[in-house]
Design a protein around this ligand. Sequence first.
Ligand code: BV8
Length: 252
Amino acid sequence: MTSSSERFALEHAIHVLSPARKVVVTTGAGMSKESGIATFRDAPNALWANYNPEELASPVGFRNNPTRVWKWYRDRRRMIAAARPHAGHFAIARMEELYDEFLLITQNIDNLHHAAGSRNLVELHGNIFRYRCFERNHPAPDVTGDSDVPPRCACGALIRPDVVWFGEMIDETDLDRSFSAIAECDAVLVVGTSALVHPAAGFPAMARGHGASVVEINPDRTPITPIADVFVSGRAGELLPPLIDGIRAERA
Ligand code: BV8
């Protein structure tokens, strides 16, 4: 924590989130940056910097070059497997008990929120440690993911990571659960997303549309910032613990 304006913004965020009863938290790749996982867009070494996402994170990309896409996920999975949740992940896990209704909706596929103990959780874009059949979505529980080429399902089709690619529909149950929570919430806390990928990018505006408060944590401004009641400029791992401690103290 450095400037007085950031301290003021954090206090304002605490006052906005403390009285809420139904809260949604949405997170993006910035949430995992302090765990050492590259984000998609915001730094020269960003994941997409050397790739075109439509080529890799898409069914067409996988169909055109299954081995290349499989290896890209295998390499990311190895990097993610070495990562651990940081203080911000644990702070969000502690938030669940503070509210009558709470849902964490993450765009991240790195399993770090689950590892930190979050249970009221929707992994909107899937999970890099799960796999499924590319043609018929058969579950593939025994796949380890370390092979050089995608393994085959019992039906003969290729196995793919169980993540949502560009151009693919979000799982209907996950989407319904997310839309319901957004429709009901008093407040949304948005952490570490550039707010470019839909439908996740639209959740804060939907909540604001029915009168919910919006609080954003991000070092940079995003398309959400103009509609946020509070914008706290800074890093998730640094800001979330004092935010949740402050909410707990105010509610005590
Ligand atoms: C859908 C999983 C209905 C895989 C991902 C044309 C054709 C087809 C579709 C579309 C189209 N035009 C629009 C669409 C919809 C498309 C979309 O939104 N495209 C965008 C690019 C315009 N969406 C979809 O396709 C979705 N499905 O809409 O279905 C449909 C179907 C067909 C046709 C039309 C509609 C599915 C999208 C899911 C894609 N899968 N991931 C994988 O991970 O490999 S997306 C992937 O990128 C992530 O999951 C995440 O969603 C996104 C990355 O964004 P962020 O998480 O925000 O990360 P980013 O790096 O961008 O930003 C990091 C932020 O953190 C920055 O703001 C930075 O300042 C901040 N930060 C940095 N450090 C910190 C920090 N913050 C806090 N603390 C720090 N320390």
